[in-house]
Ligand binder design. Structure first.
Ligand code: BES
Ligand code: ZN
Length: 630
């Protein structure tokens, strides 16, 4: 008894030493939460460390080399370890004991399923706790996009980037692809000499021109946070610990746009505790990046469409930065707990925006988020996906992706803030991140913390049935504390005046000081059936069709489609070919597909655009445009 306690303590100490960082504490004895999207047999083996040695071949569009996994063996009798893979070519598998030599082993790939790929079953000799797999990714890997030079800003060099969340790491690394398992890692990356590799890790060696880079990730992370980008990338510092990576043509504009990052970090640290990842950089991707941003640790990946020139879209930085606490430290245990990542982060994002740009700006974001939530719920076909607890059995979590976990989650936390008071709630959140740093978290654990910490001290503030309604309701509860924005109310008044016959000059006078969010709200709140002459007048005066702000252009194109304002279509087509960010293009395809001539146009545009899209964007648009009944 006593000796096993000592052994456990020794193991914990060894893990701390190995990771060379006293900030995080791994608890190897804890049962790993099961996720519906993995085949991994975590009762028998739990990965703790990963060693990659990969070569990027831009002609073959493959990453190939070896992945070595070190396991904590939980079942001494287990004879097989099961990993997640998707479309990987497995060349050879070896196993070893902790210090022993590598020996060839046998393996078997299960039949692939569209949702999860194929389980890789590796025979493990007695005592073995390491595997080394020689493999290549497929050119069609779901988690990678291989770009031609034409798809980049510089037009001269190709580009590669990964997007592992939710379950796409398995398409470029065989591993236990689930958020409840965390690994530290090291990587050797070999690239064409003219390119630079960046990983969501610390670069420990390698310089531009050498084609050889080494990385190390000392903090344990879930597989969905493994990330790599390779291209003609340069770095520019913004502060001691923040900077941007981008193609040369975008570098200065990006550094200017994101210059408030250090200020945001200090705000976040004051509220939620120390930033535990060392550096915080941003990497600007080509416009086909299917998301706005991805919170890869130490280096957020971001769409270039947020570089508006006026910092008006940098709430995205606040959001991805906030994930350094909600998500990257305290990680959703399963993809059904996704709201613990995104709802918390959306709430934190607004707090950072409020501290950096003022309450009025944060309120506008809240109101716009609430509208997005309603719209997003209407678009969902599976009822449970409209709640904070979707049923993901048998499904790729990406299928259930929507604004619901973001905005319903953030509203839930805002409700708690209002009921318990900001001071108490801030303290509660800070403790949550401290106590769950580098750990998986479940909704049940959140409710338990809520009960024992906030509700115990203030038993009448909220009721159990209210909490349950937040989690289970397909709508915003009637007792929610809704965001309100005076600025956006004024926008609605200006809209009403203009629609009631006001002149465009009068509107222009009011609108001259509008921010991006006010413009977005104005356009979004215009009727879906308007006189074409009025749309044309707006367009002439404010050049909306040619807006260089990707968010304003997006709401304008949706209005144009609803009103069949075809003068906007050529610009919309260029936009849909250039940009691959799902949130900006998928609604346009969906709106177009509602009518038969719209469907024909969407199909024509997609024929030109599809090759340039990321596999995840292709998947989303394919579903919309596939002929019905087939
Ligand atoms: N982690 C998400 C992106 C994500 C979620 C990728 C699920 C794959 C699966 C990221 O933090 C995010 O939410 N990005 C948003 C931007 C944000 C400002 C709301 C996006 O990409 O639109
Ligand atoms: Zn997020």
């Amino acid at each position: 008894m006593q000796s096993s306690v000592w052994r456990a303590a020794g193991l914990a100490a060894a893990i701390l030493l190995m990771a060379d960082c006293s900030q995080h504490v791994a608890s190897p004895a804890r049962a790993v939460p099961r996720d519906a999207a993995t085949s991994a047999n975590v009762d028998a083996f739990v990965a703790t460390h990963l060693v990659l040695d990969l070569t990027a071949d831009f002609d073959a569009k493959t990453l190939s080399g070896t992945a070595e996994l070190l396991f904590n063996r939980r079942d001494p009798k287990a004879t097989e370890v099961v990993l997640d893979t998707r479309d990987l070519l497995i060349r050879q598998v070896e196993t070893a004991t902790r210090e022993g030599p590598w020996t060839r082993s046998t393996h078997r790939l299960d039949l692939a399923t569209p949702a999860f790929g194929s389980a890789l079953r590796i025979t493990m000799p007695s005592g073995a706790d390491r595997v080394r797999i020689a493999y290549s990714s497929s050119p069609a890997a779901k988690g990678l996009q291989w770009l031609t030079p034409a798809q980049t800003a510089g037009k001269k060099q190709p580009f590669l980037f990964s997007q592992a969340q939710a379950i796409n790491a398995r398409s470029f690394i065989p591993l236990q692809d689930m958020p409840g398992v965390r690994v530290t890692y090291e990587a050797t990356i070999r690239t064409p000499a003219e390119l630079v590799a960046v990983m969501a890790a610390e670069r420990t060696a390698g310089e531009a021109g050498t084609g050889l880079f080494h990385f190390s990730m000392p903090q344990p992370i879930p597989s969905y946070l493994i990330a790599i980008a390779i291209g003609d990338l340069r770095f520019k510092a913004m502060s001691e610990r923040t900077g941007v990576w981008a193609e040369p043509a975008l570098l200065d504009a990006a550094a200017r746009e994101f210059e408030d990052t250090e200020t945001m970090m200090r705000t976040a640290e004051a509220l939620y505790g120390p930033y535990r990842w060392g550096r915080y950089d941003l990497l600007v991707l080509p416009p086909s990046f299917p998301f706005g941003g991805m919170e890869n640790p130490r280096v957020t990946f971001a769409t270039p469409t947020v570089i508006a020139g006026d910092k008006s879209l940098v709430a995205l930085v606040a959001h991805e930065l906030a994930h350094s606490w909600s998500g990257n430290l305290a990680t959703n245990a399963t993809w059904s707990d996704f709201w613990l990542n995104e709802g918390f982060t959306t709430y934190l994002e607004r707090r950072i925006v409020e501290a950096t740009y003022g309450k009025g700006v944060a309120e506008m974001h809240g109101v716009i988020g609430l509208r997005d939530l309603a719209q997003s719920r209407r678009d969902l076909t599976v009822a449970r996906d409209r709640t904070l607890q979707p049923d993901l059995a048998g499904r790729d979590p990406d299928e259930a992706y929507s604004t619901v976990p973001y905005e319903q989650g953030a509203l839930f936390l805002s409700f708690l803030e209002a009921k318990f008071g900001r001071g108490a709630f801030d303290q509660f959140l800070r403790r949550w991140f401290d106590e769950h740093a580098f750990q998986p978290v479940t909704t049940a654990e959140f409710l338990e913390a809520l009960r024992t910490q906030l509700m115990a001290a203030n038993p009448t503030a909220v009721r159990d049935d209210e909490i349950q309604e937040w989690l289970q309701s397909e709508t915003v509860p009637a007792f929610a504390v809704l965001p309100m924005s005076d600025a956006l109310v004024k926008v609605e008044q200006a809209r009403d005046l203009w629609l009631a016959g006001g002149t465009i000059d009068a509107l222009a006078k009011t609108a001259s000081a509008w921010s991006t969010q006010e413009w977005m709200h104005f356009v979004d709140a215009l009727p879906r059936q308007m006189e074409i002459g009025r749309l044309r007048a707006l367009d002439r005066r404010f050049s909306l069709t040619d807006s260089q702000n990707a968010e304003i252009a997006h709401v304008w194109f949706r209005l144009a489609i609803a009103n069949r304002y075809t003068a906007a279509y050529p610009a919309m087509e260029r936009y849909m070919i250039r940009i691959g960010r799902r949130k900006l293009i998928v609604p346009l395809y969906r709106d177009l597909s509602a009518t038969s001539d719209g469907m024909a146009l969407a199909t024509r545009i997609y024929a030109k655009a599809r090759d340039g899209y990321h596999p995840l964007a292709q998947g989303a648009v394919d579903v919309i445009l596939k002929p019905k009944n087939s």
